[in-house]
Structure formats: structure tokens, C-alpha cells
Design a protein around this ligand. Structure first.
Ligand code: NAD
Length: 360
């Protein structure tokens, strides 16, 4: 029996999570869910969107699967999603983007894996509001040590990239490549402009690459990378990058495989792992039983593999592939047009996947 922390999240999170819970149970793998609520409603009720009990539960159970959680834009509480990754040191964000036959895509046979560093970069949360003591102190310091000026009415976000942080994410990418018989790792950066942060990321990537002579290594500047991924995605295999680029490129690659409904992810550290979709809480669809549960369900497939339940993972992945290929019991985003009246609901698609697993 696996005791797993289950975080339903908010927005469309709870309806997706419920569908995913039912499908995971139907694999026959025994789960004992430790349900922990977090997010917007919890913030109103308990004064924190991420109460300690949630972190304690993950520390105890070691593995969690979560629905998306809303982050207020420009104000309010800090992102629960980012905080979880930082507090639990889930430094490695693994996001496979694989095309499933039947999903609307520009290209067939996309099979990319993104490794996004999860704890540093502009996501470190070291920020100073315009006019604050911190912002003033930094503006003064920069003027003193570099003779450069920052406008007094600036807000400031700091971008730290360390040797330690880069080494461990790049190593994860290479280890994954070796274990999964992948051919190439591409390090993505903007080292031509940010010489000391992205420059360091590139330099450390090159050093780590020397330890893996069996795997091809190359680097790409982020802007060129985006263009290449849109035009020639088949040239790429495993991609490794810092936090912000990883966030953006993940959505770009989700677009290559049929949209955010098809893009799973895992946040993995040395001790704990939290599985979650790439997408957010899609609040405009909240309560409509409409959105695609596959991104979180495919994150569940990743969780099954992480737990060593390979046969169950494969059985579930096959059932998903066959439902998507048939194209009948799929949500609106996988239909030829989004207003297709034959689109399945979130729970209806889960039922179809359960039926596939139990009949095949
Ligand atoms: P979003 O990913 O929630 O949705 C953007 C659009 O993508 C949706 O309007 C919808 O058209 C499509 N989409 C997303 N999920 C889908 C699904 N399962 N099936 C079908 N279509 C889907 O992005 P957003 O609107 O920018 O963010 C909403 C909130 O989610 C914000 O508060 C944001 O901070 C948060 N967020 C959370 C996470 C997380 O929990 N890890 C990740 C990203 C964003």
C-alpha cells in the first residue's frame, strides 16, 4: 500500500484530481491517499495557502501528486507551487512532451524531455518592490560598485544561478539520457547577454557533459531554441535549462503535442517527489467538468514509474494512448473543433480510460 499525499488544488484542480484518483485506483496499485487541501480557499480559511500540515504530509509520505493552484498576479500570496519546490528542494522539474496519435499536432513523433531547474534564477523570489528599503539599498549599491545607474522607480528581481544548482540539474538531465537511451542533451541559455548567470550555466553544462562522452552535447541560445523547436523539433531530445526559460519552453513544447492538456511533469529532489501537470488552474473552466485530465494523469503515470510500478504505468499509458487515438471519449481540446458537441467531460474521459484498462 502506497501512502501518497494528494493535493486537489483549486480552480479546475479538484475535478481533475478526482478523475485522476479514480483512474490510478483502477490500475490495481493499492493507494492510501493522504488528502491535503492547499490554495485559494485554504488561504481564506486558514490564513495561509500552504499550511505546514501539507509540507509535513509530503515529508512523511515522500511522494505527492497535486492539482494546479492559482497564484494571484502582481499581488497577494506567493506561488504555492514555487514555494513547495523550493522548501522541499525539488530541484529537478522533468517535463516529457510526447505526441500521442489522435491529438491535434503540427508534427508527428515529438518526443522531447525538458529538465527545468526548479529552485534558482528569477524564480528565487528575491524581489524588492519599487520604492522599498531593499530596492533603494540595491540601487545605491549597484551605483557604488559598478558606476551604473538603475532608475529610482524600479522594481527589482534578482537572478541567482549557482555552480551547485546548475551542476545537479545538468547531471540529472545526463543521467536520464543515459538511463533512457537518449542521444543528446541540449543546454539552453542566454549566455551572450547574461555572461555571469547564464554564462555560468553554460560553462557548468560543458563541464558536466565531459563526464558523459557517450551522449552528444550541444547548447542553444534561448531565442533561437524557441524558433528551432517550432520549426525542427525532431532535431532535439533532452533539453536542460534554468527556471524561467524552462517554464516558457514547457508551454511551447506542450503546444507541440496538442496543448496543455497533454503535458505532464514531476518535481523531484533527493528525498521527495511531487507530480503535477505543467498547466495551471484554468479558473475559467472551474466546476464545468470540461478540461482534459490527461496532463495530471500522465503525471500519475510518471509517479507509477517512480514508485517502481512499471507494469501498471505501461498499462495505463496504453489505455490513454488508445482513448486518444480513437478520439471518441476525449475532451474538447482533443476534438477537431473546441465546440464539438461530442466532447467528453473530465470524468467521462476518465471512465473511458478505466474501461480500456479493465477490458484489454
Ligand atoms: P493555465 O495553464 O491555467 O491555462 C491556460 C489555458 O490553457 C486555459 O485557459 C485552457 O485554455 C488551457 N488549459 C489549461 N489546462 C488545460 C486542461 N487541463 N485541459 C484543457 N485545456 C487546458 O494558465 P493561466 O490561465 O495562465 O493560469 C491560471 C492560474 O494557474 C494562475 O493563477 C497561475 O499562476 C496558475 N498556475 C499554476 C501552476 C501550477 O499549479 N503548477 C502552473 C501554471 C500556472
Amino acid at each position: 500500500m502506497y501512502r501518497i499525499t494528494l493535493i486537489p488544488g483549486d480552480g479546475t484542480g479538484p475535478e481533475i484530481t478526482e478523475a485522476v484518483r479514480r483512474v490510478l485506483e483502477a490500475t490495481g496499485v493499492p493507494f492510501d491517499w493522504d488528502v491535503q487541501h492547499a490554495g485559494e480557499d485554504v488561504y481564506r480559511e486558514e490564513g495561509s495557502p500552504l499550511p505546514d500540515r501539507v509540507l509535513e504530509s509530503i515529508r512523511k509520505n515522500k511522494v505527492a501528486i497535486k492539482g494546479p493552484i492559482t497564484t494571484p498576479v502582481g499581488k497577494g500570496f506567493r506561488s504555492v507551487n514555487v514555494t513547495l519546490r523550493q522548501v522541499l528542494d525539488l530541484f529537478s522539474c522533468v517535463r516529457p512532451c510526447k505526441s500521442y496519435k489522435g491529438a491535434k499536432t503540427i508534427y508527428d513523433n515529438i518526443d522531447l524531455v525538458i529538465f527545468r531547474e526548479n529552485t534558482e534564477d528569477l524564480y528565487a523570489g528575491i524581489e524588492y518592490q519599487k520604492g522599498s528599503e531593499g530596492a533603494k539599498a540595491i540601487i545605491d549599491l549597484v551605483e557604488k560598485i559598478s558606476e551604473r545607474t538603475i532608475r529610482q522607480d524600479s522594481g527589482i528581481s534578482i537572478k541567482p544561478i549557482s555552480v551547485f544548482g546548475t551542476e545537479r540539474i545538468v547531471r540529472e538531465a545526463f543521467e536520464y539520457a543515459r538511463k533512457n537511451k537518449r542521444k543528446k542533451v541540449t543546454s539552453v541559455h542566454k549566455a551572450n547577454i547574461m555572461k555571469y548567470s547564464d554564462g555560468l550555466f553554460l560553462e557548468v553544462s560543458r563541464e558536466v557533459a565531459k563526464e558523459y562522452p557517450d551522449i552528444e552535447f550541444e547548447d542553444r541560445i534561448i531565442d533561437n531554441m524557441c524558433m528551432q523547436l517550432v520549426q525542427k523539433p525532431a532535431l532535439y531530445d533532452v533539453l536542460v535549462m534554468a527556471n524561467l526559460y524552462g517554464d516558457i519552453v514547457s508551454d511551447l513544447c506542450a503546444g507541440l503535442v496538442g496543448g496543455l492538456g497533454m503535458a505532464p511533469g514531476a518535481n523531484i529532489g533527493k528525498e521527495y517527489a511531487v507530480f503535477e501537470a505543467t498547466h495551471g488552474s484554468a479558473p475559467k473552466y472551474k466546476g464545468l467538468n470540461k478540461v482534459n485530465p490527461l496532463a495530471m494523469l500522465l503525471s500519475g503515470v510518471m509517479m507509477l514509474r517512480y514508485l517502481g510500478e512499471t507494469a501498471a504505468a505501461e498499462k495505463l499509458d496504453d489505455a490513454i494512448a488508445s482513448v486518444v487515438r480513437e478520439g471518441k471519449d476525449v475532451t474538447y481540446d482533443l476534438k477537431p473543433t473546441p465546440d464539438d458537441p461530442s466532447a467528453a467531460t473530465t470524468s467521462g474521459m476518465a471512465d473511458a480510460i478505466i474501461a480500456k484498462m479493465t477490458t484489454e
